[in-house]
Design a binder for this molecule. Sequence first.
Ligand code: SF4
Length: 384
Amino acid sequence: MSAPIIQGWCPGALRPMQSGDGLVVRVRAPLSRLAQDKAAQIADLAQIYGNGLIDISNRANLQIRGVTDATHAPLIDGLRMLGMIDRDIATETRRNIVLTPYWTAGDDSHRIATALMLALSSDNAPATPGKFGYAVDCGDTPVMTDISADIRIERCQNGLIVRADTCDMGIPVTVDSAAETALEIARWFLTSGGAPDGRGRMSRHLKTTELPAEYRTAPAEPAQHTPQIGRTTNGTLVGLEFGQMQAQTLAALAKPAPIRLTPWRMLLLENLTTVPEIDGLITDPTDPRLNVVACTGAPGCPQALSDTRTLARQLAPHTAHLLHVSGCAKGCAHPSAAPFTLTATAPDTFDLIHNGTASANSFATGLASDALIRHPDLLTTKRA
Ligand code: SF4
C-alpha cells in the first residue's frame, strides 16, 4: 500500500483540485449561507459547468464536481456574479472560517464572523497555510469543538474567548476585539515557525512550541454537540447521503428557504419547520445512513485504493456507532477518530480500526468487502 499524497492545501474556487471525475471547485459561501436565488443559480452552474454533483465539505463549504479546464473560467465568472469569489487565491486561502449554523442576524457569532471575514480580506492579514482555519462558535455553548479549526472563538462561562486549537485555555475578548485577537494568534503561529515550507496546523505546532502565557488565561467551556436531524432553534436540519447531492436537489431546496451549510455535511433550512418532500434528502433521524461517513473513494478520487460508498451503504444498517469507510489512510471524510474505521488497502480490501483514525493501528487487516457484507459482525469480532 502506498502512502497517500499530502497536498498540504485545500481546493478553492480559484485553485481547484484535480479529482477522478474532473476538477473540484470549492466555494466558500460568505457566512456559509445561500440566499434562495443564489442557491438556485449555483445549482444551474453545477449542471452547466460541472457533472451535477455537489458536496458539502466538513468545513461547511460547497464543492462543485466534474468541472473541466474549459468550463472552469465560465463557472468562476458565474460564481463571481453571485459574490462567491474572492479577489485572488491568497485571499481565498486565508478566508477559511467555519461558523456555527445556529447564528441569528446580529448575534455575537454573526458579528464576529463578519468582522473576521473583512479582516482576512485585508492585504496585511496573516498569510496562513491553506488548511489553516478559524471556528466562530459563540452561541450559548460551543457546538463545533469537534470540527477542524486552528483558532477558535467561543463562548465560555464568563464571556467570549479566543483560543488556539487543542489548548484548553484562551484569551478573553469582546465582540469587537475577537477578530483582531484571532489574527494576532495567527501571526504568532507564523512567526514562531508554525508553517515551515508554507504548511502547518496549530495542533501540530503546539506539540513542540509553547503557546505564550498571555494567550491562555481563561478556561474554555468543555462542550460536545451531536447535531440531530429535525427542528433547531432557527430552522430544520436535513441530511444528505455522504454529504453529497444532485444539483436538482439544491434547486428544489432553494424554493422554500435560504440554506445554511453546516460542518456536519448537513443543511440547515432557515426558519423552516416542515420540510417538503425532496429527493435526495435524509429527514428521518433514525435513517441508518446517518451512521456512516465515506469519502469519494474510487473512481472519483485518484488516490483511492477502493470504492468506499457501496460498502458503507451495505453496512449502514448493521452499525449502531459511527462507521467511517476511507479510500486510503488519509481519512478525508472524517479526520478524527471514529468508533469503527475501514481503510482501503487494495480494491475491495480493508483494514479495520477501532476508536482511531484512518491511519491508526488496525484491529484486523485484509478484510474483503463481500466478507464484511455477509458477516457485519466482523466489525466487532475478530475471526480465527
Ligand atoms: S481519504 Fe478518500 S478522498 Fe481522501 S485522498 Fe484518500 S481516497 Fe481520496
